[in-house]
Every structure is written in structure tokens, then in C-alpha cells.
Ligand binder design. Structure first.
Ligand SMILES: *[C@@H]1O[C@H](CO)[C@@H](O)[C@H](O)[C@H]1NC(C)=O
Ligand SMILES: *[C@@H]1O[C@H](CO)[C@@H](O)[C@H](O)[C@H]1NC(C)=O
Ligand SMILES: *[C@@H]1O[C@H](CO)[C@@H](O)[C@H](O)[C@H]1NC(C)=O
Ligand SMILES: *[C@@H]1O[C@H](CO)[C@@H](O)[C@H](O)[C@H]1NC(C)=O
Ligand SMILES: *[C@@H]1O[C@H](CO)[C@@H](O)[C@H](O)[C@H]1NC(C)=O
Ligand SMILES: *[C@@H]1O[C@H](CO)[C@@H](O)[C@H](O)[C@H]1NC(C)=O
Length: 654
């Protein structure tokens, strides 16, 4: 007997590495949650008009507890009408006296999230600012803080939403005095439970300021750093502040954020890739849903990696100490154990997800349970393997033997060992098949509420929403931004509001749009309609396309090959009627034809390099302009129709 037992333990010690899981002698830091970002910018745009069934399933998969990603934190953009990665999001204050808390879709998203999980934390952060706030916004810190506090107050007053966290300015300079002013302004409005996370930039330098300034330390709830590659700094740790990866990759590496960097919160970008394929960073995020017309979404896999953490922990649980339940395995991967506030539930999250810097190999590990954790007789087990495409599988329970748990770990695996029995892989029905954007497409905007953003129009510069026009036109789409925002990227500097629609692979398209520019000072010089637009996001300034710009002041037109309108293909005059006008642009092969109010403007060849892209429309200069009766048809269908009309009318001739 003795010999056998001895032999067994020798084998174990040779083939298995031991890791201690021990809650005696104190715990580590408190866990603040795992979340995701909607915005920065317009990343949830196409989710809004998904078929209701799929939309609810997607929202359940993201937010419902014990269902899918079951997120703890939803961070949203505080819109500014400025381009912030994949589009612009609406500001709640277009002028210093305007306040409107129904624009855009982040309010809707936050309510959907709260409805599913009343405990989800909400976090707002601006990427840009409306122009009236001004570039010296830290010098006018009272006004700037009021702009943010208004958003927090509006969330409560209009939507019954409590905002848990606000930030300073995404990935831009922070300002210590402004942070203090924001804290005081929040307090003055009784918003003591709305905490400040800063600076949302790429380093931890604010830690020095915090150590030197008790008032700043007091004002800040957490230090948030972006894409920290799992590392913080000793100075950041020394502040004693909560450390967050307040924007990180949607590859779920949060275990390492705590193991390597003492970070207790991870928020990934973006929540969902609900923006057109062809816009920057497509398809980043926890899942993808960019076909509202079909309802299709690809099988979400990353949400199940998130579920390994979120379904078996809550903000307020506590990590064990490094070396006593938190650490790295010898041959790659990490483990992190957390205990519930009452101390009676334990979750151990194990991952061997490789990254380039950490090439792991299979390994046998033994977890040595100590303290009260040694009393646990069995663990429920959830398993994923990103190589074999197995996600969030419930495995047979593991019985602990003499306070030991043995696991044979492969690479690219995740395990959750937990005393909780609530884990659940939420079900959803097979979504409809993928389909291209359906053509022909017409939009008269009549089905929208005034103030809504048209669903499929993906604004890249400026803000386009629905207003009521005259009796003849009813609802129309209006470009609303009248002043260049304080920008997050240089796209807005072109002062050329643009909205995109359709498919970046579209080639031969007939486009017809009604437009008008009010004869008021501050109105834009003219409007453009475009095909084959090759870029969006911050790079929209680099876009090529076939762009018909109509200067209504000078009644001249330019057909340009680029968004900046300096590669002119042809130009000339046209007659702009007061009020509504109709422009058309037919692009087929290497030919383009344009008309205004039925009068031909040009029929010309176009550069062969400009082969495909989105349809777009917009204005030159900020200021109001209206668009209506948008008609997008395959060019050949239009030509066939014209041919039929011609022969049809001929046949009526005697
Ligand atoms: C909204 O504000 C009121 C007044 O300050 C407060 O009593 C209430 O709790 C707030 N509601 C939410 C959801 O934060
Ligand atoms: C931070 O992490 C290190 C390991 O990287 C650990 O030794 C240390 O105890 C942690 N500090 C805090 C305050 O959690
Ligand atoms: C793990 O242990 C088993 C025996 O239980 C052994 O066959 C295997 O080679 C070990 N794997 C590694 C990677 O050490
Ligand atoms: C753990 O087990 C020991 C020995 O059976 C017992 O004294 C102790 O109360 C248990 N602790 C918990 C938290 O169950
Ligand atoms: C906000 O804007 C919408 C659309 O223009 C409008 O219907 C609504 O009345 C406005 N709300 C407020 C409070 O001004
Ligand atoms: C446009 O009209 C102006 C004045 O009516 C004329 O001088 C000019 O040549 C025209 N330009 C083109 C390209 O036709």
C-alpha cells in the first residue's frame, strides 16, 4: 500500500505542476466587471432595425444574465456629431441652449441592457464635442462639465437610467483641474454615485498626478487605460486605485489583465460590429450583426469566452492573492480564482489562449485547494476550445480528491471551475441566411419619427436625422450639424458632412435624390450625391468615388473622382430651382451620366481605378440641407426601364 501511494505521488510530481488556491491570509483586489463599448463610433448603428426576433436574441446573448456574454458593464459614447471610428453619433446639445435626450440609439441600447440585467453598470465617455464647447474646453471647465452632467441628468430624467461612470475625453489629453471640476459639478447635482474613470488614454501616467494630489485621488474612482497589453505600472498599483483596461481587444484576455497588471475591470471594443462591412475595423467586437435587411448574424463565439468569467462572477467578488489563486502556468496560460462577497462561492477561471508572445504547450496541472476552499468537494466545469470550435460546454463535475484538482490542459482552452450551478448556454434560433443589401432601394422617410436617424444611412461626418418638411415632401432627412465639432479625428475638418449607405462592393448603380438647401446664411454651399465611395470612418477623407457636387450658390456642378472634390472629371453649370430639386447619377462600367431636374448635365467616362463602393450624399460646408425620395437601383435595371418606357410610348404612336 505504502509503495503504491508513494509511487502515485512521485508520478504526480513528475508530470504535474502544482498551483495553490488559498484564501487564508487575505484576498486580492475586488473585481469590477467585464464589459463592452457601444460607440466610438456608431458601432451599434445597424442593430437598431434588425428584425425584432433576431434583435432580441442578440441583446439576450449580450446582456441577459446566465445566457451569453452576460456583461457587467456597458460603456457608450456620449455623441458629439463628430466622426469617432465608424461614424458619427448624435450630441444631446447641438448648441449651448439645445438639450435633447432622445437622439441616436445609445439610450435605447442602455435601456435594453438594463431591462435584461438591472445590475449592469453604465459608463459614458465623449470622443468629440459639439463645436460650441470649443477647443479650449479645459479652460471653460464649468461649461464642459455641465455638458457632461446634463447627459447624466438627461439619462435619469428622460430614461430613468442611472449612469455609474463617466470619463473625460477618449484618448486625448486629460486635465487635472477639469477632473476636479467635473467631480464637483456631479456632486453639486447630487450625483455622488456617478464615478469618474480617467483618463481613457494609452498609458498610466496619471498615476504620478494621483500620488501628488490627494484631491485628484479623491475625485477619481478608477484609472482607465486603453489596450494595456495586460500590463499596468508599479506607480499605478501604488495609487491603490482600481485599475481598468477601459478599452481593450474583444479577445477575452481579462484573466491576464489581473494576473499581469492587477486590472480589475476590462471593457472591450466594440460591443458588436453592427456597422457596414468595409468601414474601418470590420468586424471587431464580441459579435457581428451587420445585415438588418436579412436578420443574419454569424455564430457568435467570443461571447462564450466572456461567459466563462461573467456567468460565474459578479462585480463585488474578490480575487485571491497572486501566488495563492492567481498566476500564470508554467507552460502558458493563467488562472484566477475569485470568491463571492459571502465567501461561500468560488470560481476559478483558467485559460491557455495563446497570443504571439506566449506559445504554450499541453501541461498537467494540480490545483492544491487550501483554506476554506479545501472544503469544496466538487466543482461544476465549463469548457471551451478555440481550436476545435467547442464553446462553453458543460462537462461532468470534478470531484476534489484530498483538496487536489488535476487537469490536463491543452492550448487554446478555457475552463471555469465553479461552485455555482447557474451557468447556462443561452439558446437562439438559427438566423435567416445572409443576403446582400436588397435593391432597388427607396426611402421617403415617412415611417420615421421626427428626430430619428434613418437606419441604413451611416453618417460619417455631420448628423442626418428626420424632420418634417412641407406637405408635398412630408418627412425628409436633414443634415443638422451647423458647426465643425471639436473633433476626435481629422475627417470632420473637411467640413463636408456625408452619410453612406449600401454595400462597398456596389459597382453599377443608378442613384436619384431630391435635395434642397435653404437660402439662409450659414447654409452649405451645395450638396453632393455619390457612388462607388471607397472609404468611411476617419479615412473618409481619402475616399475615391464618383461624386456629383452641385454648388447651389454659383449653380455650378463638378463631377469629381474623390471626396475632397479636387480630382475633377468634368464640370459645368446647372439651374437650381428654389426649393426642391432632383439630381440623378448613373454609373455603369466606365461611364457616368448626371441630371438635375431632368436636364442632362454630363455623360462622361470616369477613371478606371474607381470600381466599387458605397452610395453617399452630403453637403459641402456645415449647415442645414434636406434630402428626400432616395432611389438606388442597379444601373442595368434603370437602363432597361428607360428602354421599355421609350418603346412603350413608341407603341402608342399610330
Ligand atoms: C433620478 O434622480 C432622482 C432625483 O435625484 C433620484 O431620486 C433617482 O434615484 C434617480 N434615478 C436614477 C435611476 O438614478
Ligand atoms: C499586483 O500584481 C503583482 C503580480 O504581478 C502582485 O505581486 C501584487 O501583489 C499585486 N498588487 C496588488 C496591490 O494587487
Ligand atoms: C499528463 O499526465 C498523463 C498521465 O496522467 C500523461 O500521460 C501525460 O503525458 C501528461 N501530459 C503532460 C503534457 O505532461
Ligand atoms: C471546512 O471544514 C473544516 C473541517 O471539516 C470545518 O471545521 C470548517 O468549518 C469548514 N469551513 C467551511 C467554511 O465550511
Ligand atoms: C428632441 O428632438 C425630437 C426630434 O426633433 C423632438 O421630437 C423632441 O420634442 C425633442 N425633445 C426635446 C425635449 O426638445
Ligand atoms: C457657366 O456659365 C457662365 C456664365 O453664365 C459662363 O461664363 C461659363 O462659361 C459657363 N461654364 C460652363 C462650364 O459652361
Amino acid at each position: 500500500m505504502f509503495t503504491l501511494a508513494f509511487a502515485f505521488s512521485v508520478v504526480l510530481s513528475v508530470l504535474s505542476d502544482s498551483y495553490i488556491i488559498d484564501n487564508t491570509g487575505g484576498l486580492g483586489r475586488q473585481f469590477d466587471g467585464f464589459g463592452a463599448i457601444s460607440g466610438g463610433g456608431a458601432t451599434s448603428k445597424l442593430l437598431v432595425n434588425y428584425p425584432e426576433k433576431q434583435r432580441n436574441e442578440i441583446l439576450d446573448l449580450l446582456f441577459k444574465p446566465n445566457y451569453g456574454a452576460s456583461l457587467d458593464i456597458l460603456k457608450v459614447e456620449i455623441g458629439s456629431d463628430a466622426q469617432s471610428s465608424d461614424g458619427t453619433e448624435a450630441t444631446h446639445m447641438r448648441t449651448a441652449t439645445d438639450q435633447n435626450y432622445t437622439r441616436g440609439y445609445e439610450w435605447w441600447l442602455m435601456k435594453e441592457a438594463k431591462q435584461r440585467n438591472p445590475n449592469i453598470k453604465l459608463y459614458g465617455l465623449p470622443w468629440g464635442w459639439p463645436g460650441w464647447v470649443g477647443w479650449n474646453l479645459y479652460d471653460t471647465s464649468d461649461q464642459t462639465a455641465s455638458y457632461i452632467v446634463n447627459w447624466v441628468l438627461g439619462a435619469n430624467a428622460t430614461h430613468g437610467l442611472h449612469i455609474d461612470y463617466v470619463g473625460i475625453w477618449n484618448e486625448r489629453m486629460y486635465n487635472v483641474e477639469y477632473i476636479k471640476t467635473l467631480r464637483k459639478t456631479l456632486d453639486r447635482h447630487g450625483l455622488v454615485d456617478t464615478h469618474i474613470v480617467a483618463p481613457d488614454n494609452f498609458h498610466w501616467d496619471i498615476a504620478d498626478d494621483i500620488l501628488a494630489d490627494p484631491e485628484l485621488a479623491q475625485a477619481l474612482y478608477a484609472i482607465g487605460s486603453h489596450y494595456p497589453t495586460t500590463r499596468s505600472t508599479p506607480t499605478a498599483v501604488k495609487t491603490g486605485k482600481r485599475l481598468w483596461a477601459s478599452e481593450d481587444n474583444a479577445e477575452v484576455n481579462w484573466n491576464r489583465n489581473y494576473v499581469n497588471g492587477n486590472m480589475t475591470g476590462t471593457i472591450v471594443w466594440p460591443l458588436i460590429a453592427s456597422y457596414y462591412e468595409g468601414l474601418p475595423y470590420y468586424p471587431a467586437g464580441l459579435m457581428t450583426a451587420s445585415e438588418p435587411w436579412s436578420g443574419y448574424f454569424p455564430e457568435p463565439t467570443k461571447i462564450w469566452l466572456a461567459a466563462h468569467t461573467t456567468q460565474f462572477t459578479q462585480p463585488g467578488w474578490t480575487f485571491l492573492r497572486h501566488g495563492a489563486g492567481v498566476g500564470a502556468f508554467k507552460y502558458g496560460g493563467t488562472y484566477a480564482a475569485l470568491v463571492s462577497p459571502e465567501g461561500n462561492d468560488v470560481t476559478i477561471i483558467i485559460e491557455t489562449l495563446n497570443d504571439v508572445s506566449d506559445l504554450g504547450s499541453p501541461q498537467n496541472v494540480t490545483l492544491q485547494l487550501k483554506g476554506t476552499i479545501a472544503n469544496i468537494s466538487q466543482f461544476n466545469v465549463w469548457y471551451s476550445n478555440t481550436e476545435t470550435d467547442e464553446y462553453f460546454i458543460k462537462k461532468p463535475v470534478i470531484q476534489t480528491v484530498g483538496g487536489l484538482v488535476n487537469l490536463a490542459l491543452g492550448v487554446n482552452e478555457m475552463y471555469t471551475l465553479t461552485t455555482l450551478t447557474t451557468g447556462n448556454k443561452g439558446a437562439y434560433t438559427q438566423p435567416p441566411p445572409s443576403k446582400p443589401f436588397p435593391l432597388p432601394f427607396t426611402e421617403q422617410f415617412e415611417s420615421y419619427q421626427v428626430g430619428e436617424e434613418p437606419f441604413l444611412f451611416s453618417q460619417q461626418i455631420g448628423a442626418f436625422d428626420v424632420v418634417k418638411a412641407d406637405a408635398a415632401h412630408g418627412n425628409v432627412m436633414r443634415q443638422e450639424t451647423t458647426q465643425q465639432p471639436v473633433t476626435w479625428c481629422t475627417a470632420d475638418w473637411t467640413e463636408r458632412p456625408i452619410t453612406l449607405i449600401g454595400d462597398i462592393t456596389w459597382t453599377d448603380i443608378y442613384l436619384e435624390v431630391d435635395f434642397r438647401v435653404p437660402a439662409v446664411s450659414g447654409a452649405p454651399d451645395g450638396v453632393f450625391i455619390a457612388s462607388r465611395v471607397t472609404e468611411g470612418g476617419c479615412d473618409v477623407t481619402l475616399a475615391f468615388g464618383v461624386i456629383l457636387y452641385m454648388d447651389v450658390r454659383h449653380q455650378t456642378f463638378h463631377l469629381a473622382a474623390n471626396f475632397l472634390l479636387n480630382q475633377i472629371i468634368t464640370e459645368g453649370n446647372f439651374t437650381y430651382a428654389d426649393g426642391w430639386n432632383t439630381a440623378s447619377l448613373l454609373v455603369k462600367g466606365l461611364e457616368a451620366t448626371g441630371t438635375v431636374n431632368g436636364k442632362p448635365l454630363f455623360s462622361t467616362s470616369i477613371p478606371s481605378a474607381i470600381t466599387a463602393g458605397f452610395v453617399g450624399m452630403g453637403t459641402r460646408g456645415y449647415g442645414l440641407a434636406d434630402f428626400d425620395n432616395v432611389n438606388i437601383t442597379p444601373a442595368q435595371d434603370r437602363l432597361n426601364r428607360m428602354e421599355m418606357m421609350k418603346s412603350g410610348s413608341n407603341s402608342l404612336l399610330p
